[in-house]
Ligand binder design. Structure first.
Ligand SMILES: [Fe+2]
Length: 189
């Protein structure tokens, strides 16, 4: 069954007949989703983004965060999470942590998902000289999470990898170096 073998006789979901649903389900069953390629494409779209005053742009920052996590002997799913942790920057600048976490959620464990989901809050611990994020303001922001079981992991991610990954002179690996791991972790199978 392929898409050109049926002629949909409906224009709204409620009108789809049982036999049409069977045909649609048969088509869907033959199609292999490829979320890894879609995620890689999303990241590639950031390759030439303006760095917005930072020494590296978001694409380079993501690669460098993942490179540092790899060299920190983190697990494959962790390295992939590090690679995509800011991929939501372009489409969800006001909730980029949530965007990345939602995309990764089917493919990574709950602790790694939580880390990505909350890294935007925890990274403010490194905004020490930002006028709006003095240490006492950050402490108040993070107070509800202080005892959370994944807080220490998220603090470590920000301190060891994310907050350090703005160095244009760092020996950052190219995206191709991560592709096999991405395809292994982000799999529809
Ligand atoms: Fe980041």
């Amino acid at each position: 069954m392929s898409t050109d073998q049926i002629a949909p006789g409906f224009t709204r979901l409620a009108d789809i007949s049982t036999s049409e649903w069977s045909a649609l389900d048969a088509i869907e069953a033959t199609m292999q989703p490829d979320p890894a390629s879609a995620m890689l494409e999303l990241l590639r779209r950031l390759e030439h983004d303006d760095p917005r005053g930072f020494p590296v742009n978001v694409y380079e920052h993501c690669l460098q965060t993942a490179t540092r996590a790899l060299r920190g002997d983190e697990s494959d799913e962790y390295v992939v999470a590090a690679l995509f942790h800011d991929v939501g920057d372009g489409v969800g600048p006001w909730n980029h942590s949530e965007v990345a976490a939602a995309l990764l959620r089917p493919f990574v464990s709950e602790p790694v998902w939580w880390m990505v989901r909350h890294h935007g809050l925890f990274q403010k611990r490194h905004f020490a000289q930002h006028p709006d994020w003095r240490p006492e303001a950050v402490d108040a922001l993070l107070a509800p999470y202080a005892e959370h079981e994944h807080a220490a992991r998220t603090v470590h991610f920000c301190a060891a990898y994310d907050a350090e990954a703005f160095d244009p002179a760092y020996d950052t690996l190219p995206l191709s170096a991560f592709e096999p791991t991405v395809r292994s972790v982000i799999s529809s199978g």
